[in-house]
Write a protein that binds this ligand. Structure first.
Ligand SMILES: Cc1cc2nc3c(=O)[nH]c(=O)nc-3n(C[C@H](O)[C@H](O)[C@H](O)COP(=O)(O)O)c2cc1C
Length: 152
């Protein structure tokens, strides 16, 4: 099974890119940004992982726009990954919103992986950031276990 990992990692810390690389390594997958995906890459992929940091309680808009632009993806699998400064709350279920978007494009949804990522945005920068040191080795190992679960 051929997997493609599409990642939008916006902050200078590149937190989500590190998770994407761990997933890509475990799944023998290319890791690219939405802009880098070619029609050939898309045609070959049976399974697509999409992920980004969380910005203003949402996935990266360019990544979501890219998914919205896909044609019918019936018969393909998809999973989500993310990093965020704080855990997701009931206030805004952004992972669920992204899941629905993937299902609307016809994907079979496999699940989501998320972990904390260093957040030095705005006022958090003044106190040295939140979720310092994340993602850490345990987060990368957890991402690899998630990928191993997908392989099974
Ligand atoms: C502009 C901006 C907005 C953010 N908004 C949120 C947010 O709403 N919730 C949250 O938990 N983290 C938020 N964060 C923190 C990021 O989700 C976190 O640092 C993430 O790991 C960044 O991933 P990246 O390095 O791949 O861009 C925000 C960060 C930035 C720069």
């Amino acid at each position: 099974m051929k997997t493609l990992v599409v990642c939008a990692s916006r902050s200078s810390h590149q937190n989500t890119r590190r998770i994407a690389d761990a997933l890509g390594g475990a799944l023998d997958a290319d890791v690219v940004t939405p802009d880098e995906v070619t029609p050939a890459m898309l045609a070959e992929a049976d399974r697509i992982g999409v992920g980004s940091g969380i910005y203003w309680m949402s996935f990266d808009p360019r990544l979501m726009e890219w998914v919205r632009g896909l044609t019918d993806m019936s018969g393909r699998d998809a999973f989500i990954f993310s990093t965020s400064g704080l855990p997701e709350t009931a206030l805004r279920r952004y992972t669920n919103t992204f899941e629905q978007l993937l299902r609307q494009r016809g994907f079979r949804y496999l699940g989501a992986f998320g972990c904390r990522g260093l957040d030095t945005w705005g006022p958090f920068g003044l106190i040295g950031g939140v979720s310092r040191g994340r993602p850490d080795a345990d987060d990368l190992a957890a991402a690899q276990s998630f990928a191993a679960g997908l392989r099974r």
